[in-house]
Write a protein that binds this ligand. Structure first.
Ligand SMILES: Nc1ncnc2c1ncn2[C@@H]1O[C@H](COP(=O)(O)OP(=O)(O)O)[C@@H](O)[C@H]1O
Ligand SMILES: [Mg+2]
Length: 289
C-alpha cells in the first residue's frame, strides 16, 4: 500500500534582477516523482538549495506546484484545504514554537483547529507521554526547555491530530549531535507504534543511513539517484551522490577505504555542467583537491 505518491512535481520561481524586474526563472523542483509505502521512511537528501523544502511545502499545501500531483492513499490532496493526514516538523524548534504560549497552548492549536471534541488536557498529557516529556511540561514556556525538548514538543504538536504522514524537514540539524540520535530514536519508536509514514529530509547522510529505508538524491531540483539506502550508499551511481558521500564522516577503516574520490573544482562542488565536462574528460577548470 502506497501512503504518499509524488508525481512529476514542478515548481519554478521568478528570478529578479537588481531593478526588481523578472530576468528569468529557477526550476526549484524540476519533475520530481517518488512513492513511500505505508509505514516506510523515505529520505530526501541534497545540498542546500536543491529543492528539498519546496517539496515539503508543496506536500503541506503551503506552496502550490506549477504542475504534477500529490496523492495520499491514492487520492490527490492538491485541492484539499484540510490536510490533517499530513503534518510537518520543521528544522528550528525555537522558531516554530510561539515563545508566548505554554507547551500545552501550542499543542492545543492544532487540536482546536481540527475541532477535537474530547478531553483536551488529557490529550495534551498523552501526547507529552508519547514524546517522553513529563505531563507537567504543558505549563512550561519554550525558553524553559532545551533544544531537544522543544523538538519533542514540536513532534507532539504534529501528532496531535493523528496524521498518517510526517514530513520532517531537517528535524535535527539545529540540535547537538548527541541529541540528534535520541530524537531519531524517538521518531523510529513513534513510527512503529503509530504506523507512521515519514518523509525525512536531511543533508546529513549519516543520519539518513540510520533512519531511511529508501533514499532519493536531489540535485538542482531533480532526483538524480534513488534506491535502497544500503545500495545507494555502497555503490553510488551518480557523481553528485559520490560527492555528498565524500563529506560524510567515516566511522571505520572499511568505510574509509570505500570512500570515493571526488573531483572537487577549486575545493568546491562542481556544477552539473562541470560534472558533465569532467565525465566527458574535458577539464573545464583545473580540478584542485
Ligand atoms: N519563495 C521563493 N522565491 C524564490 N525562490 C525560492 C523561494 N523558495 C525557494 N527558492 C529557490 O528555490 C531553490 C530551492 O530552495 P529550497 O527548496 O529551499 O532548497 P533546500 O530546502 O534544498 O535548501 C533555491 O534556488 C531557492 O533559492
Ligand atoms: Mg530547506
Amino acid at each position: 500500500m502506497t501512503a504518499l505518491e509524488i508525481r512529476d512535481l514542478v515548481k519554478t520561481y521568478p528570478v529578479r534582477n537588481a531593478f526588481g524586474r523578472v530576468s528569468g526563472e529557477v526550476r526549484a523542483v524540476d519533475g520530481v516523482s517518488f512513492t513511500i509505502p505505508a509505514g516506510g521512511v523515505y529520505g530526501l537528501a541534497g545540498e542546500s538549495g536543491s529543492g528539498k523544502s519546496t517539496i515539503a511545502r508543496m506536500i503541506m499545501g503551503l506552496t502550490a506546484p506549477d504542475s504534477g500531483d500529490i496523492l495520499i492513499d491514492g487520492v490527490s490532496i492538491l485541492g484539499q484545504r484540510e490536510r490533517a493526514l499530513v503534518q510537518m516538523v520543521f528544522q528550528n524548534p525555537g522558531a516554530s514554537l510561539n515563545p508566548r504560549r505554554t507547551v500545552g497552548q501550542s499543542i492545543l492549536v492544532p487540536l482546536a483547529a481540527h475541532g477535537f471534541a474530547g478531553d483536551r488536557r488529557g490529550r495534551i498529557g498523552d501526547l507529552l507521554d508519547m514524546v517522553h516529556l513529563p505531563r507537567n511540561f504543558a505549563d512550561r514556556y519554550p525558553h524553559e526547555l532545551s533544544g531537544g525538548q522543544k523538538q519533542r514538543v514540536a513532534i507532539a504538536r504534529a501528532l496531535a491530530v493523528s496524521p498518517r504522514l510526517l514530513v520532517l524537514d531537517e528535524p535535527t540539524s539545529a540540535l547537538d549531535v548527541s541529541v540528534q540520535a535520541r530524537v531519531i530514536d524517538l521518531l523510529e519508536e513513534l513510527g512503529r507504534q503509530l504506523g507512521l509514514t515519514y518523509l525525512f529530509i536531511s543533508h546529513d547522510l549519516s543520519l539518513m543511513r540510520n533512519f531511511a529505508q529508501t533514499v532519493g538524491i536531489l540535485y538542482l531540483g531533480k532526483i538524480v539517484e534513488t534506491g535502497p539506502v544500503a545500495q545507494v550508499f555502497q555503490d553510488p551511481q551518480h557523481d553528485y551522490t559520490r560527492l555528498l558521500l565524500a563529506s560524510v564522516p567515516v566511522i571505520s577503516a572499511e568505510e574509509a577505504a570505500m570512500r570515493p574520490v571526488i573531483p572537487l573544482i577549486n575545493g568546491e562542488m562542481p556544477t552539473a555542467e562541470e560534472l558533465m565536462a569532467l565525465r566527458a574528460g574535458l577539464n573545464a577548470k583545473e580540478p584542485a583537491r
